[in-house]
Design a protein around this ligand. Structure first.
Ligand SMILES: CC(=O)SCCNC(=O)CCNC(=O)[C@H](O)C(C)(C)COP(=O)(O)OP(=O)(O)OC[C@H]1O[C@@H](n2cnc3c(N)ncnc32)[C@H](O)[C@@H]1OP(=O)(O)O
Length: 228
């Protein structure tokens, strides 16, 4: 495939739809470079102990989120107006940033990676331990189609529910959906969907515990998702 003859909009549509597409086109490369620079700025500010407000601004830059922040409080030490924004300990790496969505009060520990060639959604109040990787990106297993950086690739979206907890060094593979209130043990590799309210661990991750959660708690989650 000659990169220069590609319909770039169609190529991007294919990327997000999980179809075979080419990653090294000028527009996708420029988008990744934009995100790389935004991540570098965020990581540098994090390492230098920047204020919560500065870090939230830089985090929003990574995601391409143009919505304005609430005005600063008169006392800059009282930034409770920002309490719903994710807490992110750098360094962090996202591929595009614009294809990731994080719910309120998410926490991300250091050295996490989000390869968002398809959409990655993380539910509210989910806690993510250090060195976790969320790989929506994938390549064909046939080496002759894969063909290094000249070949096409495809991905699958990753969806994580609310109130999950990922221990350190978890890998989430392309196409995985994890339910609400799930705990994922340290070092797990999640290759298949996970239902609500369970603990999974291992490689591949398997259910090691089911939580007793009343119907009311399940209903609360549904209402919250509907914005009630
Ligand atoms: C947001 C942050 O920054 S988090 C900071 C980093 N912290 C971490 O990464 C800690 C993550 N915690 C873990 O992995 C814990 O082991 C938990 C949460 C999974 C333990 O969950 P529990 O439901 O209490 O499991 P429990 O300890 O009873 O173990 C049940 C079984 O699963 C196994 N198991 C527990 N954790 C794991 C794991 N990570 N990988 C593989 N097996 C595991 C146990 O060995 C045990 O097996 P056995 O019955 O054969 O002895």
């Amino acid at each position: 495939m000659e990169i220069n003859s590609l319909d770039l909009a169609e190529n991007r549509r294919r990327m997000l739809a999980g179809e075979l597409y080419y990653a090294f086109t000028p527009d996708l490369t420029a988008d990744r470079n934009r995100c790389k620079a935004a991540c570098a700025a965020f990581n540098m500010a994090c390492a230098n102990g920047a204020s919560r407000r500065k870090l939230v601004e830089l985090w929003k830059d990574i995601l391409g989120d143009k919505t304005p922040l609430p005005p600063p409080p008169s006392d800059p030490n009282e930034e409770e107006t920002l309490s719903d924004y994710p807490w992110v300990d750098g360094p962090i790496k996202l591929d595009y940033g614009i294809y990731c969505k994080f719910g309120k009060q998410v926490y991300i520990n250091s050295n996490c990676i989000f390869l968002d060639t398809c959409r990655i959604t993380i539910g509210a109040r989910t806690l993510i331990g250090p060195n976790c990787s969320f790989y929506a990106a994938n390549h064909p297993t046939d080496p002759f189609i894969r063909n290094g950086t000249s070949g096409p690739e495809n991905g699958k979206p990753i969806t994580i529910g609310e109130d999950c907890w990922f221990g350190g060094s978890v890998v989430v593979c392309p196409g995985v959906t994890i339910g609400r209130g799930v705990t994922v043990g340290a070092g797990s590799v999640v290759t298949r969907d996970v239902p609500d309210f369970v603990v999974v661990a291992g490689n591949p991750a398997k259910i090691i515990k089911r939580l007793e959660v009343g119907d009311e708690a399940r209903k609360d989650g549904e209402n919250e998702r509907k914005g009630e």
